[in-house]
Ligand binder design. Structure first.
Ligand SMILES: C[S@@+](CC[C@H](N)C(=O)[O-])C[C@H]1O[C@@H](n2cnc3c(N)ncnc32)[C@H](O)[C@@H]1O
Length: 347
């Protein structure tokens, strides 16, 4: 203990008081005395996290596969990563959507601004944040499987980790529910649309904005390309793992079937690169090409898990599809659907 400045009370006790004493069986087996006073708040100042807190903590333990991370809450449902690359892609796609819709966040015509708003599968939450800023009197909730939303958001915007395929437990009805690029998220989109219908107040609106697969071309230049094959293989692999992509061109019919009225559909196009002459479409094509460069490899898990391909085979396939994407002689596009409808006032 030389050189150490120990306070007398911290110094080891040289005389343990039991030296030379042969313990009796009862002394050897006795443990520390029990404190019958359970209310010593000075010592028991830490509380164990509640079960919901530990669930919250575990949702940040993302699943890692082939150099990407995936959501852990209800793990395995959504086959696209949730890492920094994907978050950047979603930001780029948000820009593409705004360019496509001429800066609008919605096509639904509101007679009065909606007060309770839900964004299902909100991703990085950018749409929800922008909607909250545009409508300061609204309270906007964004839900997603992945906790990838920012911490600093407008006071009228909150995010919750929630699975839209489970029973919806919101206690107050919404005036407007929105969903964007969710075509590959749900096993049964009708069930999710029915949950939306139920969660809306009478007269409330629902709007979906989405892209369709497979890609198309008018002049046959997409035929027999790896890019088109990528669409078919993605659809096939996803279906095999039980996550079939929906065709958003069917949204209108599905919305009407669950009870929505005055359903209005608009169809638009995202060129796959800069091939169109039209200035706006050319600019869109430039951004869509960058978005697609990333998504082409982001779905790799579908080829590996769904089609049984090796990582190397999947990588080589994606590289060939990327080369097609860069080829301006291939005049492909993605069909875009924006559809909104209203829950009737009187049911
Ligand atoms: C392509 S991203 C779109 C994100 C956002 N809507 C946007 O447009 O930027 C799809 C999102 O849906 C989420 N998602 C997938 N399945 C879901 C589910 N069952 N419940 C809630 N969110 C889900 C994913 O985690 C992902 O963030």
């Amino acid at each position: 203990m030389e050189g150490q400045d120990l306070h007398p009370s911290e110094a080891p006790d040289e005389d343990d008081g039991i030296s030379g004493v042969v313990p009796t069986a009862s002394v050897a087996n006795s443990g520390p005395e029990v404190d019958s006073n359970d209310n010593d708040s000075a010592i028991d100042m830490f509380s164990r996290p509640s079960s919901t807190q530990s669930v919250r903590a575990s949702i940040y333990d993302f699943v890692e596969e082939h150099g990407r991370t995936y959501h852990n809450f209800h793990s395995g449902k959504y086959l696209i990563p949730n890492d920094a690359l994907e978050k950047d892609r979603l930001e780029l796609q948000n820009h593409i959507w705004k360019l496509t819709l001429d800066g609008k966040l919605h096509f639904t015509p509101f007679s009065t601004p909606p007060q309770r708003v839900l964004d299902v599968g909100c991703g990085t939450g950018t749409w929800a944040i922008e909607f909250a800023l545009q409508y300061p009197s609204a309270h906007v909730t964004g839900t997603d499987l992945s906790p990838i939303q920012p911490n600093y958001v407008p006071a009228n915007c909150v995010f919750e980790i929630d699975d839209a395929e489970e029973e919806w437990l919101f206690t107050e009805p919404f005036d407007y529910i929105h969903g964007r690029t969710l075509m590959n998220c749900f096993k049964d989109i009708s069930t999710v649309f029915a949950s939306v219908f139920k969660a809306l107040a009478p007269g409330g609106h629902f709007e979906m904005q989405d892209g369709c697969m497979p890609f198309r071309s008018a002049d046959g230049t997409l035929d027999n390309t790896t890019l088109l094959d990528w669409c078919h293989k993605t659809l096939e692999g996803s279906a095999r793992v039980g996550r079939r992509w929906v065709d958003p061109r069917n949204y209108k019919v599905i919305m009407e079937a669950v009870g929505f009225v005055d359903v209005v559909e608009t169809r638009l196009k995202w060129p796959l690169n800069t091939w169109p002459r039209d200035k706006k479409l050319k600019e869109l094509g430039m951004w869509v090409r960058e978005d697609m460069m990333e998504i082409l490899s982001a779905v790799k898990k579908v080829f590996i898990a769904g089609l049984g391909w090796s990582v190397d085979d999947a990588d080589a396939f994606v590289e060939r599809a990327k080369a097609d994407l860069m080829n301006r002689n291939i005049h492909g596009w993605i069909d875009i659907v924006v559809v909104y409808g209203r829950k009737p006032e009187a049911l």
